[in-house]
Design a binder for this molecule. Structure first.
Ligand SMILES: Cc1ncc(COP(=O)(O)O)c(C=O)c1O
Length: 386
């Protein structure tokens, strides 16, 4: 008898764990996993310490500390012009990951279909499968990752319950434009489908692109769960403070699943998050400049090593076209790069339902200190000798 339940048996180990282990074994510069290697902002650390010192150390209310729910409601009002009730339309969760899982668990019935854009963030498909749902994939293709209306429309049918829209999109760096979001909004309304947006990179957009939220499109507020979190914006991926914004009926669905997953996240970090979420707009402008500089540096380094980075409009990732380099696939390339060149990247085939679709790509993260990126640039020059 297997001790492991069938529902998790074929999930395997995440590619991040595998590549980080290999990177550590070979002292490679880790441009694989998407977390900053620099210090979190002082004001965040001070707010967390102050919250613990003032003894905010017991359970938070299951839907989150009121001050944070209010701050999230204020943030979406200031930035997106949304009017949401902090008591009935905002739920604080243990990172966006719990937001994704609680939303899927809260709205998907066994046999329901869920549309996912691939390459996908790796928790979507396991969440859908654990809910008994069936993932249906729309493949975004490089270099533009554009959406074809007819191809997307063909995925919608009377079994479709949910579509997951991650913009800015990990791992492609695509920022969904208004036309694409309108297309998705129309399809959702025609087929009575709910949308879950994953907006964890909402403040990392480049070159004048604007992050737009599906929630804001006509007819979408009542059928959208907007998920985001602190991790990427405030360089605290380990804090795991996230939220879901949705009208009361959908919020209740998310909450019912959430209350029996974690009940609540870390109370002092929720309190500290109020300071973060209440930052003025200037904070986000500076963040854009900060990451634009890092993106440009890495893109130049990749080009000067003879690689072909694909244009990235948002997130802190850049995809590289490796199809013509003569490797068997992306895994072989990333292993070679880690063990022989000393730089780790992620093979994106793990983010496709048909892994071969990602075999010609590699994903690099640039949420790293200048000296880390400079050392990676130096090592990447070894590729010139290929
Ligand atoms: C697209 C996307 N969604 C969600 C998450 C997870 O967010 P959190 O750390 O808040 O759970 C990540 C983290 O890498 C991500 O890239």
């Amino acid at each position: 008898m297997s001790y492991m339940a069938q529902r998790v048996a074929d999930f395997g180990t995440t590619i991040f764990y595998e590549m980080t282990t290999l990177a550590n074994e070979h002292q490679a510069i880790n441009l694989g996993q998407g977390f900053p290697d620099f210090a979190a902002p002082d004001f965040m650390k001070e707010a967390a310490v102050a919250a613990i010192q003032s003894d905010i150390n017991q359970y938070a209310p299951a839907n989150g500390r009121p001050a944070l729910r209010e701050a999230v409601a204020q943030k979406v009002a200031d930035l997106y012009g949304l009017q949401v009730d902090p008591n009935t339309e905002v739920t604080i969760l243990h990172g966006a990951t719990e937001g994704i899982f609680a939303t899927v668990m809260g709205v998907v019935n066994p046999g329901d279909e869920v549309i996912v854009f691939e390459p996908f963030y790796d928790s979507y498909v396991p969440a859908i499968k654990m809910a008994g749902g069936i993932p249906r994939f729309y493949t975004l293709r490089p270099p533009d990752w554009q959406i074809d209306e007819a191809e997307l429309a063909a995925l919608f049918n009377n079994k479709t319950k949910l579509i997951i829209v991650n913009t800015p999109h990990n791992p492609t760096g695509k920022v969904f434009n208004e036309t694409e979001l309108k297309l998705i909004a129309n399809l959702c309304q025609t087929h009575d489908v709910i949308a879950m947006t994953d907006e964890v990179y909402e403040h990392i957009v480049f070159d004048g692109h604007q992050h737009l939220t599906l929630y804001n499109l006509p007819g979408m507020a009542q059928r959208t769960v907007m998920v985001s979190s602190l991790g990427k914006t405030f360089s605290v991926t380990g804090w795991k403070v996230g939220w879901a914004v949705a009208q009361p009926e959908l919020s209740r669905a998310v909450f019912r699943a959430h209350q029996f997953m974690t009940f609540c996240g870390a109370a002092p970090l929720q309190e500290a998050a109020v300071t973060a979420v209440s930052q003025p707009k200037a904070f986000y402008t500076e963040l854009t400049e900060f990451y634009t500089h890092k993106r440009n540096f890495l893109v130049d380094a990749l080009k000067s090593a003879g690689l072909s980075p694909i244009n990235t409009s948002g997130t802190y990732f850049v995809m590289v076209d490796i199809a013509k380099l003569g490797f068997a696939d992306d895994v072989a390339f990333c292993r070679y790069l880690t063990t022989e060149v000393g730089v780790a990247a992620i093979p994106p085939s793990a983010f496709y339902s048909t892994p071969a679709d990602g075999a010609g790509l590699a994903r690099f993260a640039f949420c790293k200190e200048e000296k880390t990126l400079a050392e990676a640039a130096k090592r990447l020059q070894r590729l010139q000798k290929l």
